[in-house]
Design a protein around this ligand. Structure first.
Ligand code: FES
Ligand code: ZN
Length: 306
């Protein structure tokens, strides 16, 4: 196969785009995809101050690398989850990357917040991946709001977005479908949230890291085995294999036609958001779910339904 742009020998085949690229042209292609993702959804501009949520995995570090190359002002934040054998190498990958690329970095240790993930896991009877996601969303939002950043960016890729969309459609979860997409505006105490990697697949971000020489943390979270999103991802991977390009079409179709009715319904009957009485984080209950986890941890021997 020949590179679509320069006709040299292709190094990366992209069946979903019915094409292939040599190394240099693939890096260029990925940059153009991110620019298109930012521009088409109005994610941010060069005037924004962007806080990057950096896990240490391929997607977040590729995002940091790409946004720096595209000339955006970025600052990183990493959450050290306190998971044995997993969190230390993830944190080291982020620290190494930021030091090498001159990106300022803040690290928040969940143990200092009383929320180390192994402790949370032992004290609640809810899947830990979902509780961990709730904690991360709250702490990233807090970092963005308190730090005065205009945008909070995460490295969610096309596979993350389509597997979540698929799960939301199976459950017809109207609230989640109204909120899904590459951009959620700021409001009610929430920072503006964006996903500049939404057009790129996991394979493409991994290939980008490999060719750009980005060292990332490869180990999967030890608690993610059997989580429902891994099943959804492999179902969609099977679909993509037989019909290349379907994942992007599924997501683009949702953004163009599928989301609107859910947004209209949400706007007609908005859910009241108030500051948590304990910590001030925006919530639709009196006390936010992270504060309820803290309470469960305080009463350690009594797991509670959250
Ligand atoms: Fe949070 Fe695995 S990364 S539970
Ligand atoms: Zn709270």
């Amino acid at each position: 196969m020949k590179c679509k742009r320069c006709r040299a020998r292709a190094a990366v085949a992209l069946p979903s785009h019915h094409t292939g690229f040599c190394e240099a042209c693939f890096l260029e292609f990925v940059e153009r995809q991110v620019e298109k993702a930012i521009r088409s959804q109005g994610l941010f501009s060069h005037a924004d101050t962007i806080l990057l949520a950096l896990s240490g995995g391929k997607d977040s570090l590729a995002m940091a690398h790409l946004l720096r190359r595209l000339g955006y002002g970025v600052h990183g934040v990493h959450l050290d989850l306190g998971i044995p054998d997993s969190s230390a190498p993830a944190r080291a990958a982020v620290e190494r990357f930021c030091a090498a690329h001159g990106i300022p970095l803040d690290v928040v240790q969940l143990a200092d917040e009383g929320l180390a993930i192994p402790l949370v896991k032992d004290c609640i009877n809810r899947p830990i991946c979902s509780a961990c996601g709730t904690i991360k969303r709250q702490l990233f939002n807090r970092a963005a709001v308190q730090g005065g950043f205009t945008v909070l960016a995460t490295g969610h890729n096309l596979d993350d977005e389509t597997s979540r969309l698929f799960a939301n459609v199976i459950r017809w979860d109207a609230a989640q479908l109204a909120d899904q997409g590459p951009m959620l505006p700021a409001g009610n105490g929430f920072a503006k949230k964006v996903k500049p990697m939404w057009r790129l697949s996991e394979f493409e971000t991994a290939a980008y890291c490999f060719l750009a020489g980005i060292e990332y943390h490869m180990g999967a979270c030890p608690y993610s085995r059997g989580a429902s999103f891994t099943g959804h991802k492999s179902l969609l991977a099977g679909l993509e294999e037989t019909s290349p390009g379907q994942k992007l079409q599924f997501y683009l179709g949702f953004l163009e036609f599928g989301r609107q009715p859910f947004r209209q319904a949400q706007a007609a009957a908005p859910c009241a958001i108030v500051p948590c009485t304990q910590c001030g984080h925006p919530t639709n209950a009196e006390c936010c779910s992270v504060c309820r986890m803290r309470e469960a941890i305080a009463r350690r021997d009594m797991p509670v339904e959250l």
